[in-house]
Design a protein around this ligand. Sequence first.
Ligand code: NAP
Length: 249
Amino acid sequence: MTKLDGKIAVVTGASKGIGASIAKHLAAEGASVVVNYASSKEGANRVVDEIVSTGGKAITVQANVAKKAEIEHLFAETQQAFGKLDILVNNAGIYELLPLEDITEEHFHKHFDLNVLGLILTSQQAVKHFGSAGGSIINISSVVSTLTPPNASIYSATKAAVDAITRSLAKELGSRNIRVNSINPGMVETEGTHTAGITESEGRKQTEAHTPLGRIGQPQDIAPAVVFLASSDSAWITGETLYIAGGLR
Ligand code: NAP
């Protein structure tokens, strides 16, 4: 018997990076997983193939989770494939670093539409699909919500909003046995951080120099904690923000 036998999970943005690792770890513990993606069909298929080849269950569903209609489609497909929902991992997110003078309305709305509004609308749909036993929502926030590095005011603001939403929804939904927690990673090596040049930057060296454990993270440093927060091992934990950052604060 594994920790998540019979559970159904949706992981947003699971075609690569942290989300892909989360999907694989949830499936390894027995959950059936919906691997959501926006554009990387091949990446999402690779994640599903890997899960299925090791005896797990998973499907891909394309949906831009910044858009209400596409979010509704994601949950309709989940319902059709698996008939219920127990776990939502709000992982899809973007991070573009800009100094104050370069911030535009477009930059602001792009980040808040996905990282904040998308997370709210996705949670709203998930709550409609959770059964009478409740459910677990895990938001992937970031250490930047409180570390607030320079050139990251908009991104940091979106993740500070995620932390506030986590605590507020935990209070709102606790009576229905719906738990809401966040995981706040430090810098993690992913396709996204490579594309943004973050993992090759001076900022990486500075981060590692200030990190007690002396290195940046890998997606598999984050995913086991998601399994914990999804499972009954964390049955009396809600409204928490768990920093996984090698000790960096
Ligand atoms: P990544 O490598 O860039 O992967 C992002 C994933 O999100 C991809 O699967 C992408 O799908 C999906 N996605 C992007 N926009 C989407 C949308 N509108 N709708 C649905 N899916 C969408 O990112 P990552 O580095 O793993 O980061 C994942 C999460 O962790 C984000 O919330 C990020 O803020 C947070 N985080 C990351 C770090 C880090 O250092 N990496 C640190 C702290 C927190 P497509 O490829 O199909 O577009």
